[in-house]
Design a binder for this molecule. Sequence first.
Ligand SMILES: [Zn+2]
Length: 346
Amino acid sequence: MTEAHELLEQLVAFPSVAGRPNDEIAGFVAGWLREHGVECSEVPGDDGRVNLLASTGPGGGVLLAAHMDVVEVEGQPWRGDPWRLRREGDRLVGRGSADMKGFLACAMRAMADATALALREPLRLAVSTDEEIGCVGVRDLLPAIAALPQQPRACLVGEPTGMRLVTAHKGKLALCATLHGSARHSSEAPLADNAVEHAAELVLALRDRGRELADGRRDRRFAIPHSTISVGPIHGGRALNVVPDRCTVEFEVRNLPGEDPASLLPGTGAAEIERLAAYPALDSEAGPLGDLLGVPSTSERRPGCMRSRASPPPSAVRATSATPTAPRSRSRSSSWARAPQRWAVC
Ligand SMILES: [Zn+2]
């Protein structure tokens, strides 16, 4: 058993499900790094969450980026204890073994090994939490990284991509619209203003715009080579005999690099829409890091990876700002935007 394997076994044993306190696994990672001569700082987040930033010395260097949280295991057909690493053929199985405690174990080991080397510039390690629920922890880490005296020259994010170098990633803009109408008994429906019907118009407009995007600009580096729009949860109405006066629609744009996601949406007129989440697209060069890693470059996610990604891309890339983009007012008009519904923040 290698040292990284042993370390992975210890990391998997922490049930560090996103959205829960993570002080135990953070304490373990920080303690292990310090025991091995690596300087490590805790970067606190909300609700007692702990992120970590470690370095082998001063200077810019190369940043390794990992997260220590994992997704839930409830209701899934695990054949064994998900919190106990086991070997199945040539695979190591356990919650988070691939995404991304495997990388974390290797990165921790690399940090420890680096302390014994005469490096020209340092190796850094950023370990966030609550990545799986919207990259919450990294929001606290980014200012800490920005405050370093010298910025890292490159960042290697250890998300699983089938050992391929990924240097580009679509951006994301997630929005929530609240549509209002006026409630009335359903027997008087023609006199009411049905918020769910307004929501239906919005959904159809988003669908139509999404179809237009499929015929628009293309970037063959992506498995889906164009920008996309997807409608998610819709909530409206309280009882069948009451015309709904409120309906919320969550939707998102995944935009190609170089496209403004807000400009891809149909117009909203005077509508007000809340931004739920956003991050910019990334289009980077692997540069010398790609040569160093000796792996082919691609922009596509690994086949079969259906999990939405709300973090900077799984890439070896130049250090890139992940400052969230603000939604902009939209210039296009559409039939639903001209409809007399009102919009509010949700
Ligand atoms: Zn991950």
